[in-house]
Structure formats: C-alpha cells, structure tokens
Design a binder for this molecule. Structure first.
Ligand code: TNX
Length: 522
C-alpha cells in the first residue's frame, strides 16, 4: 500500500487509483436517501465548518460532483469466498467525479464518513472557514472491523466529567471508529447516576440519597499535589442525553454499577444496605477493596433489582456492566452467590451482563460478557467457555490508559508491572494472542481510571495518542499492523488533533505535525 495516507485505523483494503483526485468545491453537495440522513448531516457539519461551502444535502443518488451516501445491506467487500462483512462494513470510492460511500448499515456509513474525513487535508478540522484545496485522493477502500466491540472507559466516579465533557470525548473517539463508551458510574468514592424512588419500594429505601449524598464524593489524596476529584452526577435526563448523542455517532453506552465491592458511597447513602450495624461515612481515599454488599441481606437484591431496572430502561444498548472486581472483603462463597444473583437480575431486565474477569468465577448466565483485565487468561478462558461467554480484552499492561507514559508525568498511575507504557506497548500485541482464542474475543477496551485525572483536558492527555493505537488494534487486520507505519500516521494526526483542540501527549518517537500539550498547562 502506498502510505502514509493519514488513515487511522488502517482500512482492511485500500487501492490507490491512477485517475485524477476529487476536489471538493463550493458547487459540491451531499446526496443521501432518508436512511442516510444522520450520516449526511454529521459529514456536512464537519465539512461546512472548515470549507465554508454550503454543501446542501440532496435527496437520493446523484454522484457527479458531490459525495453520495448509500446503504446496501448486501454489501460485499471483494472475493466471493470472504465471510459476510457485517453491519459496520463500508466501501468508499473516490475519483474525479466525486466520492461514494456505501455502508452495510447506518453504522457502516458512519465509519466510511470518518475515513473520508481523514482523506481530506488536515485543514478540514478547522472550526471556522479556511482557504485550502480540498483534494481527496482517488482510492477504493473496502473496509470492515476486526472486532465488533471497540471501546473506551471513563471512570466518572473517582472524578466527574460533566455532560459536555463526555460529549467532547465522544466527538474525539469516533473519528478513530470506536463504537463503545463504558461509563464507570459508581465506586467507593461516589455514585453518579440518579435513581428515582420507585412506587413499589418495600423497604422504603431512599434512592435519591445515592446522588444527593453519593454525588458529593470524589477521590482525594491530600498532600500529594493533586487537587481533589470533581463532584457531580447525571440526572436520568442527562444520562439519556449522553446515550442519544452517542447513538447518533455509532457509539453504544455501557453503564456500570460496580457490585458487590466498590460500594462505599451506596452504603453511606442507603443505610439499610448495612443490616447489622452502622452505615459507613463517605470515604474519598483512593483505597480499593474494603467495602461490600451483604449476601445475606435481602435489601441487597431489592436495591440491585431496582437500580438495574431503572438503568436498563435508560439504556438502549444490549449491555449492563455490574463490575465484580476487587471485592476483597467479601467472603468468596458470598461473592459467588451475589454475582450470580445480580447477573440474573440483569438478564431479567433484558440486558446482557458484563463484569470484570473475577466475576467469571461465579455461575454467570449463558452468553454473558467477561472483561479481562488481569490474572490468569487460562482461568478466564475456562470459565468463559463454560458459560458460552465472550471476552472484552482490557489487559492492564496493554490497555490501561490511566497508566503513566513517562515516569516524570505529573498525572497517571504506575502500579501495573512493566510500566510506564508508551503507545507502542499498547499497539504491539494481538488481542487473540493472550490465551483467549479470537473467536471468543468480542473486542477490546481501554479503561481510563480517574484517581489522578481532573477534567476533560487531563483525560485527553492520558488518552491520546495511546487510545488511537488501541483503535487500530481493535479495527485493523493483525498482519497489516506495523508500529513504524503507525508512528508516521500518528505524526500526521497531530495536526488534526491540535485543530480540534484535543490535548495529546508528546512521545519521543513521534514526529508530531503540531505541538503536543504540556500537562502543566491544565
Ligand atoms: C483497579 S481495574 C481497578 C480500579 C482502579 C484501577 C487503577 C479494575 C477492574 N479495578 O478500581 O481504579 O485499578 O488503575
């Protein structure tokens, strides 16, 4: 292939054409049928901003001189013997007369739009009109993802990100074709999602206190030079706003209520969860593994059922994450029975349970999803094949975005062995090569824990460029991925990120086309 074109992730198949390039002009338009309307609007929004062109959206197919969007559920990507490419596949053809994006579904179309965006000059990322030659190289791209699930996780529990900040993270991630945003909504320090007091409330629990009290917490490490975490919570309407914003951009929100450990804020807010004694006070230390729900207390299940019911109703996507990690003070038998029960409540609410890999030790429902983050992959594999489960790969030393890039970094953690980690370590691995066979791997996810992260700018600085490397791991064929090649494309990507106002971290081996951010600036 004739790289570097600034494409990340690398498409499965790209051919440069000999003919002339397409040049977008003030006479250009976007042609799209009614089901392509959302993708057309997203594309036009980006292009109008920087080109200043009117770019009307016309109904139907009219490819000469413009960009045509089409959906074809029977889209095939080449040789007839290949497996069906799935709903996220697309093809993109550019020649002198225009560009045609064909998506296997609206998701595929959205992916194709992101590719076209990257084929345009970097100036396309300007937020106001600039003079440029809007040349798109003549190519044929046939593309579909290696893995169906390509996610990032934001820990909004330790330190909060408001709705606008979360939307901004969505805007940034989608250009790299991420399609899942896992929100870690609850932890020891805080509870971030509003739960209404239900009509049927046998034990008279005050769910409102989860956020009126639980929302006031955030992590705090006095004396270490970090400001306290940010507080707040999402009302149900705000959460829905995030879910809708994400859905429009092909991103599935996966909400997590971490149980039966990581629950101190819930215990503090709902005293009946502590049957035998006094509820704890809120605790904002960074400590983990000290709190637990009680297996023998019926309120545990009444509470879990109601929270899961309301969250499931707010979540159009298939997944509901129930945590299950680091329940260090929960007796093992109690852990197993609580996790099995809570997972079955998720199924009863019509969702697929997801849990950190510890939870695979329990009798989890058939078809559950296990998020592998540490420990024995062989044990996880054994348990998941028993349960017909699939696996999201988040091995800490390959995906944890909260870890430092550099020992001198003022933010970030460094507990994961082998760190600090550059983009290269998060790139040079095979999600199907760590003991879980490829057929069981649903995808990969990069978690950003927020013990040291205060606000969206700092989050970005830890996320980028490593999240971009993960996006390519999740999307592109393993045999086509080579770190030096990605390094060149990352360098080019710098200019785009800078124009978008995205903070990204320097890396000694990347020749950035724009200045990286300094963590001391924010
Ligand atoms: C472990 S990874 C945790 C989190 C911490 C993180 C810090 C996992 C499932 N649990 O509670 O925030 O380490 O890196």
């Amino acid at each position: 292939m004739d790289f570097p074109l600034p494409l990340i992730p690398l498409p499965a198949r790209l051919d440069r054409l000999d003919g002339e390039d397409f040049v977008l002009s003030s006479a250009s338009f976007v042609a799209a049928g009614p089901e392509c309307r959302t993708a057309a609007e997203e594309l036009a929004l980006i292009l109008r901003r920087s080109t200043g062109f009117e770019l009307p959206i016309l109904d139907g197919e009219e490819s000469d001189g413009g960009i045509t969007l089409v959906i074809d559920p029977d889209l095939t990507l080449g040789a007839g013997a290949e497996p069906a490419p799935g709903p996220e596949a697309y093809s993109l053809t550019v020649d002198r007369t225009g560009a045609v994006i064909t998506g296997a579904s609206t998701a595929g179309l959205f992916n194709g739009v992101q590719t076209l965006r990257q084929l345009l000059p970097a100036a396309v990322e300007n937020s106001s009109p600039v003079d440029a030659q809007w040349r798109v190289p003549a190519v044929v791209i046939r593309d579909s993802p290696r893995f169906a699930y390509r996610g990032l996780m934001l820990d909004v529990a330790r330190s909060f990100l408001d709705v606008a900040e979360v939307k901004r993270q969505i805007d940034t991630m989608v250009q790299f074709k991420f399609n899942a945003l896992h929100l870690h909504l609850t932890d020891d320090q805080a509870w971030r999602i509003e739960i209404h007091n239900p009509e049927h409330n046998p034990s008279g629990l005050d769910y409102g206190a989860l956020t009126t009290l639980g929302g006031t917490g955030a992590v705090d490490f006095p004396g270490v030079g970090l400001s306290p975490g940010l507080t707040g919570f999402y009302t149900q309407a705000e959460f829905t706003e995030i879910v809708d914003y994400a859905a429009r951009r092909n991103v599935l929100v996966v909400p997590e209520i971490d149980m039966p450990g990581h629950v101190n804020a819930a215990l503090a807010a709902v005293p009946q969860l502590t049957a035998g004694g006094t509820p704890p006070a809120m605790n904002t230390t960074g400590e983990v593994g000290y709190s637990s729900l009680e297996a023998g207390n019926p309120v545990t299940y009444e509470f879990a059922r109601e929270v899961i019911r309301q969250l499931a109703a707010l979540t159009p996507g298939p997944y509901l994450h129930i945590g299950g990690d680091e329940a260090l003070v929960t007796p093992h038998e109690e852990y197993l029975s609580m996790v099995a029960e809570i997972a079955s409540l998720v199924v009863a609410a019509g969702k697929v349970p997801v849990g950190w890999n510890e939870y695979a030790a329990a009798r989890i429902p058939h078809g559950s999803v296990v998020q592998y983050w540490h420990g024995s992959a062989a044990a996880t594999l054994e348990r998941t094949s028993d349960a017909g489960a699939s696996v999201i790969m988040s091995p800490a030393e390959r995906t944890y975005l909260d870890q430092k890039y550099d020992p001198a970094s003022p933010i970030g953690l460094s507990w994961v062995e082998g760190g600090p980690f550059s983009w290269r370590e998060y790139y040079d691995w095979d999600p199907a090569g760590l003991g879980i066979p490829g057929g069981s791997v649903l995808g990969i996810e990069g978690p950003l824990w927020s013990e040291t992260v205060r606000g969206g700018r700092q989050a970005e600085w830890l996320l980028y460029p490593r999240a971009i490397a993960l996006a390519e791991v999740a999307w592109s064929p393993q045999e086509q991925r080579h770190a030096p090649d990605l390094a060149a494309r990352l360098g080019l990507m710098g200019a785009r990120l800078a124009l978008q106002g995205v903070a990204f971290q320097a890396a000694p081996d990347i020749d950035w086309s724009a200045e990286p951010a300094s963590p001391f600036d924010f």
